[in-house]
Design a protein around this ligand. Structure first.
Ligand SMILES: [Fe+2]
Length: 247
């Protein structure tokens, strides 16, 4: 079995047995895929508690990264090969699918590409090393400003670099640009334009995903990021808290 869902932001309650009873029939060879903003943030007691809770789940949890992940922590984890593509283990059954990788899972070919530009940072990114940080932080908090703090709640690695873009092209070349499913955090530019009605700006990543959308043959494309559940086209699906079965 393979299920897909959207952003978790460190809150995994949707995977409790009452909400997701299907897991009673699942084993570690069955998968639930999270389309980014998994919530790999810190070593707080709360996050450690959740990771222990997830480690007891009968299924394997796969996730692409979103714009809200701790990329400093991810950089410390080794990358290893798993089902044909590179991954990082957060736990024995909690696995990050890395950018631009192609995986073969029980006859299904899956392309994953995480990351997204944050669209809730219009009041800026604060640097804790800069003088006056504490005062600025308090002022922004007091007026409920949309801001983040570098290396604490924002990382430049939320956007992929040229090597990651190239890695995706190389791996799609190797499989003839034909996959079953694509899992990303943000959407290709044309899909984003349809769902946002002009609200979202195209950027290097959405344009790259658009290139893939034009060139690659795929059955369904799942993405998170926009915090809604909607079939934007007949093969491009936005997910948030819904968990849907694809196999
Ligand atoms: Fe999100």
């Amino acid at each position: 079995m393979i299920y897909v869902t959207g952003d978790c932001h460190g809150d995994y309650r949707r995977f409790n047995t009452e909400i997701f009873p299907e897991q009673k029939e699942m084993s570690r060879e069955d998968y639930v895929i999270v389309c980014g903003d998994f919530g790999y943030w810190d070593e707080s007691p709360e996050q450690k508690w959740w990771r222990k809770w997830l480690a007891k789940k009968p299924f394997t949890l796969l996730w692409t990264d979103g714009n809200h992940e701790n990329y400093d922590m991810l950089a410390m984890l080794p990358a290893e090969r798993w089902h044909g593509g590179m991954v990082q283990y957060i736990g024995e059954n909690v696995i990050r699918l890395m950018r631009g990788q192609v995986y073969e899972l029980e006859g299904i070919r899956l392309f994953a590409f995480g990351g997204a530009r944050s669209h809730d940072i219009q009041d800026g990114i604060l640097d804790p090393e800069e003088p006056g940080f504490r005062i600025k932080y308090k002022q922004l908090r007091a007026r409920n400003a949309m801001f983040r703090v570098n290396h604490r709640s924002w990382w430049k690695e939320e956007m992929p670099d040229a090597a990651e873009f190239e890695e995706g092209r190389k791996n799609l070349d190797a499989c003839g640009w034909q996959v079953d499913y694509i899992v990303t955090h943000c959407a290709p530019s044309s899909v984003q334009a349809l769902l946002g009605d002009g609200l979202y700006q195209a950027d290097a990543l959405t344009d790259y995903l658009e290139e893939i959308r034009q060139k690659c043959r795929y059955r369904k494309w799942f993405f998170g990021h926009y915090h809604g559940n909607r079939n934007v086209t007949d093969r491009d699906l936005m997910l948030y808290e819904q968990i849907i079965r694809i196999r």
